[in-house]
Design a binder for this molecule. Sequence first.
Ligand code: AMP
Length: 459
Amino acid sequence: MSFDSLGLSAEILRAVAEQGYTEPTPVQRKAIPVIHEGKDILAGAQTGTGKTAGFTLPMLQRLIEKPVSAKGGRPVRALVLTPTRELAAQVGESVSTYGRHLKIKSAVIFGGVKINPQIQALRRGVDILVATPGRLLDHVSQKTLDLSAVEILVLDEADRMLDMGFIRDIRRILALLPQRRQNLLFSATYSNDIRKLADSLLDTPALIEVARRNTPAERVSQVIHPVDRERKRELLSFMVGSHNWRQVLVFTRTKHGANRLSRQLEQDGISSAAIHGNKSQGARTRALADFKRGEVRVLVATDIAARGLDIDQLPHVVNYELPNVPEDYVHRIGRTGRAGNEGQAVSLVCVDEHKLLGDIERLLQRDLPRIMIPGYEPDPSIRAEPIMRRSGPGGQAQVRTRNQRPGQAPGKVDRSRSGAPRASAASGRSKQGSAGTPGSGKRAGSGKSNRRPVQARPA
Ligand code: AMP
């Protein structure tokens, strides 16, 4: 099937062809005709499926087909809400790319940057607005934005918006929109909260499902490497170096952990940058651009910062630490194996994380293969320690639990060993960790596990 049969204009088809897309992805095949007809949709599409073009292309088509409303000026006709700045920027880029041959104007507004240029852009007139909820409401309260002519609303990554505590903001925004409009809701997972939101928002929606619920894209190969907590960094450097991985996205649990790991990788001779919520928007954008250009080999990110990163053909994702919320594992590995490419998701799992791993496997409804890396077998005498919930001394609590809003204190802060941070992953072995140097100090016969791990060299 080609894009030609989807009812898109010659200008839109030209822009699609310029992107090198030859045929629509499954979500595009299903969503484009339905959105074109004006129906509401509830789409269970994960990131990497081509969902952005899936809603942007028919949205552009509808806007050019329908005459502009008689209201004065150039009112916002389509509103796309996203959970993060990065995703807003990427969706905004897609809108400009696919609409480049049309007379459609778009703008992106999010927090963390000056508001005045956004006000000026809105004043000049915008057809499609891509926004994060908080900054959008800032504009509403400053009366620099009128949403009374919105015809199409898109909630992108709605599950993450709810996870991040945006439900009240979303409800406030919905109250500002005209009753009659088309609603498109995209979510990677279906929780009860998403169902509730969908029930209240959507009018007999078409259901579009392109991947099984809560399951990551099947083309992503997933593997667990058991390793001691203090040897993770060494193993990571070894894997990056020995496989000559050029573009790796690595997840840590905390901002402090991301900074520390990024510094340590640099010491190991691997170019690296950290991206997390404490970094300025400029620093995050720069780090991402350097990573995309291949100047930075390893991007170390926390879950929230990584949400919405669109990096084409990202081959490797490494879970340096498992996430507390199992659904975050699915989001993380969705960064690789995008749009038909092969991807590899590697998790370095220490004895502290067995429960988290069990939770993830329950969610996936399958066991993940364990592969021991020779020289890095875990020492069976090391006992599990509680997982630190804080970034370190003075570090800001970053680990979310289910239903915890950003900024809300976690229910219980676990200060193992009188609140001291756990030893750094590099402790005592920093020189051994240089890129491409296999670890020494083998512990023969270690790594007993009831999962029967396989001994193998990394693939
Ligand atoms: P998304 O799921 O929207 O984040 O898209 C994932 C990636 O797939 C993006 O990098 C798009 O540029 C790419 N993409 C979208 N549609 C297609 C297509 N029909 N053919 C090939 N790549 C695509």
